[in-house]
Design a protein around this ligand. Structure first.
Ligand code: MN
Ligand code: MN
Length: 468
């Protein structure tokens, strides 16, 4: 080889399409893994449903509820469920727990439309539900798509679980947008104002209650009557409900080559699923391996199921108490010595919007897991900026284990910002870095990922748990 070419080969970092590095057998594995992931996101469209499905998987793999156990030893597998909306799972390591944990944290809440406390109303003989959107959505994307209804309603004496719109013979719901013929005023508005928060009203019925009596709101009455017959609820019961409307479309393989996954809720269930599946491969690690799946990330991680809650520490204290015995200050020492991957998705480079990106520092679909040293705004404001030493540890771990990884930011400086749970765990004193799957059309009703990146994330998370 000529000298300059040889030197370039040696010194440059190459950008590699991950598919070119896989043989047929590995490609098959990536496709099979993603097939199961597609089934997962179709069956778990809310945080509560995620907790249910994943608890089943954990139980099948010999994980036990930590609350039923008094003592734990190396190799034991446990989980803890917090208020049905977030879950932690751990495999106890052979090393003294005070030397720290290997933790992977993802979130299982996704942007969606929640119901307001008094949602049902009638307008010109149509029944509608008022919503309050959850998380950062582009509101215009959520009209005229099929929506399904998920969640719980707490009545005076019972708890009702709702899931309507996922089965083939279920009805669906939708928000009716304005027809183009009458949109000349709407078309002049900014994209963000064309559909406003108060316009996200879901159409749920049109038949009036049959009666000879002179009464108003007969369509609303008919809907409430249907709900009362089926679930025994009255209008007031909506105040103690958590009802989420989510896209009813099924996740599917995308493309002639079926190399991509399109589906709702991949932020961040793609990292939740891969990090939990990786944990199932851990037998007796040296350092205790922990998978934490948080709720409420999309609205700032507040509340008693969000990452800011001390419930995670409660779980860690339980681990300490039931292994080596807890004592004051021990948890802080453990956390100081812990390594954390904040497993959250990032923006993939979208060729439809090239001017937004700075090409040398973006994540590319199909190029592997994205390692993100810092997020934050233009000034790095609000960023949890990982130490060079920890970044060095991660890249060496990935290189040693043939994990395809890329290092990126999210768009040009100043075009926007995003955050994750990284800063909350860094606040506890651990080494933390963001590390997740790149996504196209993030927060939309139909997000896109690469099967190569999904499978690669799964492998990356496994080597991270296992590392001594
Ligand atoms: Mn996320
Ligand atoms: Mn998000």
């Amino acid at each position: 080889m000529e000298k300059a070419k040889e030197l370039k080969e040696k010194l440059f970092r190459k950008k590699t399409n991950g598919w070119e590095t896989l043989n047929e057998e590995e490609k098959e594995k990536a496709y099979n893994f993603s097939e199961k992931f597609i089934n997962f996101i179709n069956s778990a469209k809310t945080e509560r449903e995620c907790v249910k499905v994943l608890t089943n998987i954990l139980e099948k793999n010999n994980f036990k509820n930590i609350e039923n156990l008094d003592n734990l030893k190396a190799g034991d597998k446990v989980y803890y469920i917090n208020r049905e909306k977030n879950i932690y799972a751990a495999v106890i390591g052979s090393d003294d727990l005070k030397n720290g944990f290997n933790i992977i944290g993802a979130h299982i809440d996704s942007p969606r439309l929640d119901l307001k406390p008094n949602p049902l109303y009638e307008s010109e003989e149509l029944a509608l539900l008022k919503t309050h959107y959850y998380g950062g959505i582009k509101k215009y994307q959520w009209v005229n798509i099929p929506l399904s209804m998920h969640g719980v309603i707490i009545t005076k004496d019972k708890k009702i679980e709702i899931n309507i719109g996922e089965e083939d013979d279920d009805p669906v719901f939708t928000i009716a947008d304005l027809l183009p013929h009458l949109s000349s005023e709407q078309n002049k508005k900014k994209l963000n104002d064309a559909i406003e928060g108060e316009d996200l009203n879901i159409l749920v019925g049109s038949i009036s209650y049959k009666t000879e009596e002179e009464i108003t709101e007969k369509v609303k009455l008919n809907i409430l009557n249907l709900l009362n017959e089926k679930y025994g609820i009255v209008e007031r019961d909506f105040v103690s409900s958590e009802i989420e409307f989510v896209p009813a479309m099924k996740a599917k393989s995308l493309g002639f080559d079926k190399s991509l996954v399109a589906g709702y809720g991949q932020d961040d269930r793609v990292c939740a699923y891969t990090s939990l599946k990786a944990l199932l491969n851990i037998d007796t690690p040296k350092r205790t391996s922990i998978c934490l799946l948080a709720d409420k990330e999309e609205i700032g991680s507040m509340g008693n199921t969000g990452m800011s809650s001390r419930i995670f520490e409660y779980f860690l204290n339980e681990l300490l108490e039931k292994t080596i015995g807890n004592k004051p200050g021990l948890l802080d020492a453990c956390l100081k010595s812990s390594r954390v991957l904040s497993a959250d998705v990032t923006a993939g480079y979208n060729p439809n919007f090239q001017s937004i990106y700075e090409k040398n520092n973006e994540s590319y679909i199909g190029h592997g897991i994205s390692v993100i040293k810092y997020t934050g705004s233009a000034s790095k404001g609000g960023a949890s900026d990982a130490n060079a030493e920890f970044v060095g540890y991660i890249r060496n771990l990935f290189e040693k284990n043939n994990i395809a990884y890329q290092n990126s930011e999210m768009g040009k400086i100043g075009v926007g910002a995003g955050g994750t749970i990284a800063y909350i765990l860094a606040d506890r004193g651990s080494d933390v870095i963001d590390c997740g799957v790149p996504v196209l059309s993030m927060h939309s009703p139909y997000e896109i990922t690469s099967k190569f990146d999904i499978y690669n994330a799964y492998k990356a998370y496994e080597v991270f748990y296992k590392d001594e």
